[in-house]
Design a protein around this ligand. Structure first.
Ligand code: PRP
Length: 191
């Protein structure tokens, strides 16, 4: 069965408004700290790009790419680093930027991993918090939206590597039976 982009959960305008608030808090808290913002590839890039342009303070950027073993919409719980930071974070004020915290396993792993590199401080900022899916308690210092337990795409979040470029966050839903003239893209069409 194919899938399609369904109901819009958070509009682009709502995202933009919330990012202004988050960026204001980050700018206030890190004004004199020259933080390094660590974007978690790939999902966080859209959020990170908007967040840093709304935070009018000196910052630097770095990236890490992580992978959970297993396929589909679930998480097996095993996390590994595919691509590591380009520089040291020792004695730096580090803010991890994530698109979504789901089971919490990725954020838990990354927090512990980065903590072992002796940053001056370490916090986590996530656009979305799917709190109902949490398996490991993880402290999230800045949260954009808490969302229900639905599979969402857009604004950096993908399904089978697609939909990251949607300027809003929507629920992914099964393609209804029968032809749909002018309907949304079905993933089966991409394979
Ligand atoms: C997503 C998301 C988080 C993680 C959250 O990444 O960006 O990193 O899953 O899930 P968890 O709380 O259950 O660990 P994904 O592995 O889908 O890679 P992507 O960012 O490239 O889409």
């Amino acid at each position: 069965m194919g899938h399609r982009v369904g109901r819009v959960l958070i509009t682009g305008e709502e995202i933009a408004g919330r990012i202004q608030e988050l960026a204001g808090a980050v700018a206030h808290d890190y004004a004199e700290k020259d933080p390094v913002l660590v974007g978690v590839l790939k999902g966080a890039v859209v959020f990170l790009a908007d967040l840093i342009r709304a935070a009018d303070i000196p910052i630097t950027l770095d990236f890490v790419e992580l992978s959970s073993y297993g396929a589909g919409t679930g998480s097996s719980g095993l996390v590994e680093i595919i691509s590591d930071l380009s520089g040291s974070i020792e004695n730096r004020h580090v803010l991890i930027v994530e698109d979504i915290i789901d089971t919490g396993r990725t954020a838990h792993y990354l927090r512990r991993n980065l903590e072992s590199r002796h940053p001056a401080s370490l916090r986590l900022c996530a656009l979305l918090n799917k709190a109902g899916r949490r398996e490991i308690v993880v402290e999230i210092d800045y949260v954009g939206f808490t969302i229900p337990n639905e599979f969402v795409v857009g604004y950096g979040l993908d399904f089978m590597a697609h939909y990251r470029n949607l300027p809003y966050i929507a629920v992914l839903e099964p393609e209804p039976a029968g032809p749909e003239p002018g309907g949304s893209l079905a993933l089966q069409d991409l394979e």
